[in-house]
Design a protein around this ligand. Structure first.
Ligand code: ATP
Ligand code: MG
Length: 394
């Protein structure tokens, strides 16, 4: 389980350390930093997939994603005695992301790259000068990054792995665009491989389409599907998998909980699966293309949350979209049930979903607010937050 998520200098998350519980609900006004927190978590998995630099570049590179405020906001600035202004930078740009879990922690520091073109490229400046580059990465044991607990340490192109009291060199020439997860060595750095596989298995749902052309409305080749795809395209196969090897009763109950008298029906035609639903008062089941957007979204969320192979971490971004407020308590119950098998982070605007989740004793509310452009956790002083140390740059 993750106990702490830490983000520095990413968009409005100039310095944010969040304590995490089994079930977490991130809320806040428009612009408070909810989606940025979601994206920061996704960037961490992008690191494990070896696509962190590309994902940041897609967001506009460091220019767009780096904290746009001053390095420090003095008391006089906060009191309005001085205007908010930048001054001469005292430290290099470092966008940092990290987490600490029960056993391992990981942090990555991304900045402007230490990159120079090869000897045959002389006549013009490199066109990659805006690419972000990874400067430092660490994996450590336990809750805090400390020299004594560091297991794997990357500084620039040099990657070292702990070997008893000494260090062994794992690589001397890791490219700034590559993460340490690209060179996991099962013998010398088994923790990195283990952490990478775990991070890759985190599941994110934020693009469950339910518009007219949504893939979940089309018949799809059905194969055994214990985890719903991010876009929900394999919905029918995922629901059938739950019916066959998962908690079929919970699936049935959550459908009747939300749509009394309704019953799920998966049709199979020449190997293609499609979702249908029998509804009270109708003579035939409605096909996927006939279901309302909210009904389809609810089925997608049920398929994600009742997965027979629950992930270690499941993150839902604004699951309430297109659901009627009356369905939110049923969705809340589904999420609470899924939290028995997975750690869950829900990012939401919906008050009724928040109250349905907060009724659950293990639910931790993380209300975000913005002060002087910086996102912070509302109602928490610095001392109430988990301790966090970023690995520095040499
Ligand atoms: N580089 C940056 N530096 C500082 N602030 C930024 C930067 N980029 C974006 N922001 C601000 O960060 C804030 C948080 O945006 P985010 O999209 O996370 O909000 P949100 O809580 O998801 O809002 P909504 O409820 O509207 O979706 C926005 O107010 C945005 O203007
Ligand atoms: Mg948002």
């Amino acid at each position: 389980m993750l106990n702490t998520l830490a983000i520095a200098h990413y968009r409005s998350l100039d310095r944010l350390v969040l304590p995490l519980a089994r079930l977490n609900v991130i809320t806040g006004a428009n612009g408070s930093g909810k989606s940025s927190t979601y994206r920061a978590l996704k960037l961490l998995t992008d690191a494990a997939h070896g696509r962190l630099v590309g994902a940041l570049a897609q967001e506009g590179g460091l220019q767009a994603t780096y904290w746009a405020g001053p390095e420090t906001i003095s008391r006089a600035m906060k009191a309005g005695e001085h205007p908010i202004q930048g001054g001469i930078p005292k430290r290099p740009k470092a966008l940092q992301l990290g987490f600490a879990g029960d056993d391992f922690g990981y942090a990555v520091d991304i900045g402007t790259p230490n990159y120079s073109p090869g000897p045959y490229f002389r006549d013009e400046p490199s066109k990659f000068l805006l690419d972000p580059g990874i400067h430092r990465e660490c994996i450590w044991a336990g809750s805090q990054c400390r020299p004594a607990s560091t297991l794997l340490d990357r500084q620039g192109a040099l990657v070292k792995v702990r070997d008893g009291r000494d260090w062994q060199i794992l690589s001397r020439d890791l490219a700034a665009s590559d993460s340490i997860f690209s060179l996991t060595d099962p013998l010398r750095a088994p923790e990195a491989l283990q952490l990478r596989e775990r991070m890759r298995a985190w599941r994110f749902y934020d693009q469950l389409r339910c518009d007219r052309d949504a893939p979940a409305r089309q018949a799809q080749i059905g194969t055994f599907t214990p985890a719903l795809a991010n876009d929900g395209s394999d919905l029918a196969a995922a629901l059938q998998t739950i019916l066959e090897i998962g908690d079929a009763r919970a699936l049935h109950d959550c459908i009747t909980d939300a749509f009394p008298g309704a019953e799920l029906e998966i049709a199979v035609d020449a190997g293609r699966f499609s979702v249908g639903m029998r509804q009270h008062g109708l003579l035939r089941p409605l096909a996927a293309h006939e279901l309302s957007d909210g009904t389809l979204r609810y089925l997608l969320l049920a398929a994600a949350l009742l997965s027979p192979r629950p992930p270690e971490l499941l993150v839902l971004n604004e699951p309430e979209t297109s659901l009627h407020p009356d369905l939110l308590p049923a969705l809340g119950r589904l999420i609470v049930q899924a939290a028995r098998h997975s750690q869950i982070i829900v990012v939401t605007h919906a008050g009724r979903l928040v109250s349905a989740l907060e009724r659950h004793t293990d639910c931790q509310s993380l209300p975000l607010e913005k002060e002087f452009g910086q996102t912070r956790l509302a109602g928490m002083g610095e001392l109430d937050l988990p301790a966090w140390h970023w690995p520095g740059r040499s």
